[in-house]
Design a protein around this ligand. Structure first.
Ligand SMILES: [Zn+2]
Ligand SMILES: [Zn+2]
Length: 327
């Protein structure tokens, strides 16, 4: 197998030939057909997340087919198309797992961060954390659903039922969430990098009622806002944009420091929340809902060997929607 491997933090991925691995008990081997590129991959490469496994093969939006199965795998079959998400393994016995909050597990493994992921021709996964994807939709179109879609969905649920929703940062996750929110009958306000009129037009095409720079206030006060951009300075801006009782949800795994702000921005029972990881139930819920909504993902594909170019384009905001690697 071949993989794009991060051998040292803050360096380019290296195309590397690796011996084929056999799946252990409870594991599957998946021949990768497509793997999305997520902002979290940039945080891994940049060394912004604690204790990564290094060397590591990044990538946690994997679509592929099972080509080998270890002993004891149930409910999956050879050749079946599956999705492998960020949540790669949980302990099953810690207080969080037992309480149904496996996204907060004390001893988890995360695909492409603490276990090898999908920037490769093949990957090994814990079968219990793979989602059957069926045969509807292309591999490339489905890949962004595996993290941008799932984390976006969890963020939207945690944002509550408010009708007026602000989305700060209009990348892979927001472009999916906007479609879901519109389908739910909400009004979407998109806030992008100031001056990024191309992304603002993209947001309007996907159903946003209003789109503008994050340096201006949306035209109406919001019931809730979700911050997808990893910019801490957006937190006080979003708190200012929601009305009393409103929610601000930070959806990223990493964010630059949040500047100090007056307590009056939080006062009035405004709620500031973060979203961490996903549960398997989030995946089951969203992956069954997405086809009913008719979510369409905007994708830019790159050959596997050009993973570094994809990461660079993501960092610079050079494409709309999501980047997807194709081996
Ligand atoms: Zn991700
Ligand atoms: Zn646990």
């Amino acid at each position: 197998m071949r993989a794009m491997v991060l051998k040292k933090l803050r360096t380019a991925l290296e195309s590397t030939d690796l011996p084929d691995r056999q799946p252990g008990p409870g594991q599957i081997r998946v021949k990768v057909a497509a793997c999305g590129v997520c902002r979290t991959d940039l945080h891994v490469v940049d060394g912004e997340l604690a204790d990564p496994k290094v060397p590591i093969t990044p990538g946690h939006e994997i679509v592929g087919r099972i080509d080998a199965m270890g002993a004891g795998v149930e409910g999956l079959s050879m050749g079946e198309r599956v999705g492998i998400p960020w949540l790669g393994h949980t302990c099953g016995v810690c207080a969080y797992c037992v309480a149904g909050h496996e996204n907060l597990c004390d001893r988890p493994l995360f695909t492409g961060y603490t276990r090898d992921g999908g920037f490769a021709t093949a990957t090994i996964a814990d079968a219990r954390f793979a989602f059957p994807l069926g045969e509807v939709g292309t591999d490339v179109a489905l890949a962004p659903l595996l993290c941008a879609g799932l984390i976006g969905w969890r963020s939207l649920v945690i944002a509550g039922d408010g009708k007026k929703l602000g989305l700060y940062g209009f990348g892979a996750a927001a472009h999916i969430v906007a479609q879901v929110a519109k389908w739910q009958g909400r009004t979407v306000f998109a806030l992008t990098r100031p001056g990024d009129t191309g992304t603002q037009a993209f947001a309007r095409r996907l159903g946003a009622t209003w789109a503008g720079g994050s340096d201006v206030m949306p035209p109406e006060s919001l019931d809730a806002a979700i911050i997808f951009a990893s910019v801490g300075g957006l937190v006080p801006l979003a708190l200012r944009a929601v009305h009393k009782g409103g929610r601000v949800v930070c959806a990223g795994i990493h964010m630059s420091d949040i500047p100090t702000f007056p307590y009056s921005l939080l006062w009035g029972e405004r709620k500031l929340l973060s979203v961490a990881n996903l549960t398997r139930q989030d995946g089951i819920d969203f992956l069954s809902l997405a086809p009913r909504i008719g979510v369409v993902t905007a994708t830019t594909t790159y050959p596997l060997d050009e993973a570094n170019r994809a990461l660079g384009d993501l960092r610079a905001g050079r494409f709309e929607g999501a980047a997807v690697l194709v081996p």
